[in-house]
Design a protein around this ligand. Structure first.
Ligand SMILES: Cc1cn([C@H]2C[C@H](O)[C@@H](COP(=O)(O)OP(=O)(O)OP(=O)(O)O)O2)c(=O)[nH]c1=O
Length: 210
């Protein structure tokens, strides 16, 4: 048996890879490293930050809750992958922009400043996959916006790609024209840190990644 046959044989007995997410970005990011989840099951959890909860703790708690909420519903052997992305200005958590006013509020606060994007990624095996390992990583990225004029903020709002994004902007979209510097992981800002996710999957006996 060649090593590629062995790899294939290993893959055939592998448990399911389940993405606990409603984010099309996370599916696309996984595809970038050659991974197509067997199932995509969005987790419906309460995303309200606890009183006084700092951004780092909040991001880790959200990703863990998403992974465990889905893992607990599955009877088959599976590894559940979940993530959470939070835009933080110091200790303040900026909201996920679901409307134009919220996006404007975020952009006005981010203008001319450096902020932190925290993305937590968690992998959780289901109860029926004893060999699977629980794992988690937190990735911090520093992002600096140039100073935005009121006209530029309106143009970003008109572009519309802030919708559903933490902090009211999309690095993969129009906001890129205003991002002066980024130190950390661009894929983490967009929703899934690919290097750290690959490390978590390589650490599993499932054979998903070489
Ligand atoms: C800052 C930033 C965030 N985002 C996205 C990534 C996440 O999808 C979203 C933050 O919200 P999340 O709560 O992390 O994720 P979600 O609600 O979109 O999906 P799910 O919880 O079901 O997995 O913001 C970008 O796409 N680009 C960016 O530049």
């Amino acid at each position: 048996m060649t090593s590629s046959d062995q790899l294939q044989a290993g893959r055939n007995i592998a448990p399911l890879l389940v993405l606990a997410s409603a984010s099309p970005r996370r599916i696309a990011l996984l595809a970038q490293i050659g991974l197509v989840p067997d199932r995509v099951l969005p987790a419906n959890i309460d995303e309200t930050p606890a009183k006084g909860e700092v951004p780092r703790v909040y991001a880790q708690r959200m990703a863990a809750q998403k992974a465990h909420a889905i893992a607990s519903t599955l009877t088959e052997p599976a590894l559940v992958l979940a993530a959470d992305t939070v835009v933080a200005l110091g200790r303040r958590i900026l909201p996920k922009a679901e409307d134009r006013d919220t996006a404007r509020y975020c952009l006005e606060h981010l203008s001319g400043r450096r902020h932190t994007v925290l993305t937590s990624v968690v992998v959780a095996p289901t109860a029926s996959w004893a060999q699977g390992r629980h794992g988690a990583r937190l990735v911090e990225t520093a992002v600096t916006f140039s100073r935005l004029t009121p006209y530029q903020i309106d143009a970003l709002l008109d572009a519309g790609d802030w919708s559903g994004k933490a902090g009211g902007y999309a690095l993969q979209g129009h906001a890129a024209g205003f991002i002066r510097a980024l130190s950390g992981s661009a894929s983490a800002v967009i929703g899934l840190p690919l290097f750290e996710t690959a490390q978590l999957l390589r650490g599993q006996p499932g054979g998903w990644l070489a």
